[in-house]
Design a protein around this ligand. Structure first.
Ligand code: KG4
Ligand code: ZN
Length: 329
């Protein structure tokens, strides 16, 4: 059987493995989550994350092959996240991939994690039309990129400090909601009223973002108003984040004509963000491309699909882990 890419993702706290075809069909996928491990620390504990990847990676590869009813010799190649991310976690993924590639006689492609998120919108079926404006909102990144059909990426906006996912996680921690904070904040926010007027940071930063001031504003508000309903604090925080994200998307679409708006990364799992993005697209006549929820957060399938692009461009070199890639790399 031809055309089967094994995708491996270990940049943070999820061990993701999948087998993907060049058209985005996901033959099998599994994600070994470390959420329970990190919950007690209120965030990702890097050294524990690396060790957990060591334990999980080979069983997860085995599970995916078994689920697909495939043997290693059926595979075409391996794609693995080489960065950006936690260096120890990346080392486990890239070394494992190189070892498997050597053992099985397969080429190994080192994939930019951000390009993986970008390609997540074409998993299961082709959705993205070009030129595309991509809003990438994850735990590590918040950026806007203009992407052409040939894969050329122009970074048009990024965060000056924290990512929006980081702000969700920190505010969740302030509210005692545990880790990861995004889904918990979303659930709580739905039951509240946005009655606190938190600042909308980065209004003047053109297409750039800034979330650390908002995070501090929530912290100061909670210290001064400890009895304010937490659901209202969560709802007000979400409103402030979404206002900023959508204002910048609108501005980006005005400045860079695009056929579609693609929203990817862990925070793209937020139902509130999905609704607001749909409203913006309906108003501006731009198509909306959203990956299914399971492909929004980190997974091996998006890395597998992106690896096909590297293969098509002949970009094969022994993957070296790095923390410093941008989306244009
Ligand atoms: O893309 P991702 O899985 O990992 C990184 O590459 O960083 O994103 C993780 C981030 C976390 O900050 C998490 O709180 C956030 O995505 N997240 C959400 C939701 N699910 C995950 N944020 C808002 N709403 C969600 N439903
Ligand atoms: Zn990610």
């Amino acid at each position: 059987m031809a055309d089967l890419m094994l995708g491996i993702e270990t940049s943070c706290d999820d061990t993701g493995v999948a087998i993907v075809r060049p058209d985005g069909t996901v033959v099998a996928s599994a994600v070994a989550s470390q959420v329970e491990l990190h919950d007690r620390y209120g965030g990702v504990y890097p050294e524990m994350a690396s060790r957990a990847h060591v334990d999980a990676i080979l069983p997860t590869v085995r599970k995916v092959l078994d689920d697909a009813g495939l043997a290693p010799e059926d595979l075409t190649a391996i794609g693995v996240t080489r960065g950006p991310g936690l260096i120890g976690s990346l080392v486990v993924g890239t070394n494992s991939a190189v070892g498997l590639g050597d053992g099985w006689g397969l080429p190994v492609y080192g994939v930019n994690h951000l390009r993986g998120h970008l390609r997540s919108a074409d998993l299961d079926e082709k959705r993205v039309t070009y030129p595309a404006m991509v809003l990438l909102v994850s735990g590590g990144h918040t950026l806007l990129a203009h992407v052409q059909e040939n894969g050329d990426v122009t970074l048009v906006g990024s965060t000056r400090d924290d990512s929006v996912g980081e702000a969700y996680d920190k505010v969740a921690r302030m509210l005692g909601l545990g880790y990861p904070g995004g889904p918990a904040i979303d659930r709580l926010a739905k039951t509240g009223t946005p009655d606190v007027d938190f600042p909308r940071p980065a209004k003047d930063l053109e297409l750039d973002f800034s979330f650390s001031g908002l995070k501090s504003a929530v912290s100061r508000f909670l210290a001064a108003n400890p009895d304010h309903p937490p659901e209202n604090v969560a709802a007000s925080f979400v409103e402030a984040c979404l206002d900023v994200l959508l204002t910048k998307c609108r501005r980006a679409l005005e400045q860079h004509p695009s056929r579609c708006l693609v929203v990817v990364g862990g925070v793209a799992a937020s139902p509130q963000l999905r609704e607001r993005a749909a409203a913006l697209c309906a108003e501006t006549g731009v198509e909306l491309c959203l990956p299914p929820l399971r492909w929004s957060t980190d997974n091996g399938a998006m890395i597998g699909l992106a690896a096909w692009d590297y293969r098509a461009r002949g970009l094969q070199e022994r993957p070296r882990p790095t923390t410093s890639l941008t989306i244009a790399d």
